[in-house]
Ligand binder design. Structure first.
Ligand code: T3D
Length: 259
């Protein structure tokens, strides 16, 4: 916990809580290392089928810890991005398990990018997204320029990135940046219910769906059709598909094993 990350596993669900509330869960080197290590371990753990990423206190994450920047020994920004931010973003994207961002409060700078990189985003009614980079003379990073236009369209992405105005939870819902807004006190319960639904599904199919949705952003329709067929060939031959069919016939819930 000295690193500022709380890792909790309950059944098939892992919850990662950025836990430096006095600094709005801003990202220090130890916290980034701990987050990457946790994501790497979870990615290799077949018993974990869904992940929740959230923040302690009133913030989701305020991005890079700006206090660290007072230290002259700190790595140049491009070096830090390549060394410690990019691996986290890639880990969120490449892991088979779906990751739910439970955005409990402000998500700023790279903290917003973290939420963008997740597969699903739920927000507390007090959440807000701030592309805070411009205010301190920086450019959006950690995937923000790539994710945001794909999530909300070029026009909204440009406004958020260039003006840096906060987008509150209701507006985030309206533009499709989050899929649900709930009162703060039930956010984790909602995220947990969503994670349980994901954990109850066939893990191979969920992983393939996650990767197909990501891959479809950068290929044409013919390639997407072919990729769907390839993945369906694999899913169709799986024991979990056979179990799903049996459960349907027998009118009972399926018991998926990931085989
Ligand atoms: O290595 C690299 O640098 C490259 C990577 C860069 C990626 C980035 O993320 S760059 C962007 C960094 N983040 C920001 O610029 C956001 C800075 N914070 C804010 O703009 C505001 O704090 C918020 C909009 C997030 C929230 O505003 P508000 O009014 O709700 O809270 P506040 O009063 O500003 O902050 C509360 C405390 O959190 C305060 O500390 P104090 O005065 O109570 O002791 C504030 O200093 C601290 N805090 C907030 N953000 C950060 C932070 N401390 C360190 N780093 C932060 N990013």
């Amino acid at each position: 916990m000295a690193d500022g990350l709380l890792v909790q596993t309950d059944g098939a669900i892992a919850t990662l809580t950025l836990d430096r509330p006095a600094a709005l869960n801003a990202l220090t080197v130890p916290l980034k290392l701990a987050l990457l290590e946790a994501l790497t371990l979870i990615a290799a753990d077949r018993a974990i089928r869904a992940v929740i990423l959230t923040g302690a206190g009133r913030a989701f994450c305020a991005g890079q810890d700006l206090a660290e920047r007072d230290d002259p020994a700190t790595a140049p920004l491009d070096v830090e991005l390549r060394a410690r931010y990019h691996p986290i973003i890639r880990a969120l994207r490449s892991m088979d398990q779906p990751v739910i961002a439970a955005v409990n409060g402000v998500a700023a700078g790279a903290g917003a990018s973290l939420a963008f990189a997740c597969d699903l985003r739920l927000a507390a009614d007090t959440a807000r997204f701030v592309l805070a980079f411009g205010r301190i003379g920086l450019v959006p990073d950690s995937g923000a320029t790539w994710f945001l236009p794909r999530l909300v369209g070029a026009a909204r992405a440009s406004e958020m990135a260039l003006l840096g105005d906060p987008v509150d939870a209701q507006e985030a819902l309206r533009i499709g940046l989050v899929t649900r807004v709930v009162p703060g006190e039930v956010l984790l319960r909602e995220a947990r219910a969503m994670a349980e639904a994901l954990a109850a599904a066939a893990p191979g199919a969920i992983a393939a769906t996650k990767h197909a949705l990501q891959g479809a952003w950068s290929i044409d329709l013919d390639a997407a059709l072919e990729e769907e067929a390839r993945l369906q060939g694999i899913a169709g031959a799986s024991a979990d598909h056979a179990e799903g069919l049996s459960a349907f016939r027998e009118k009972r819930p399926p018991r998926f094993t990931g085989e």
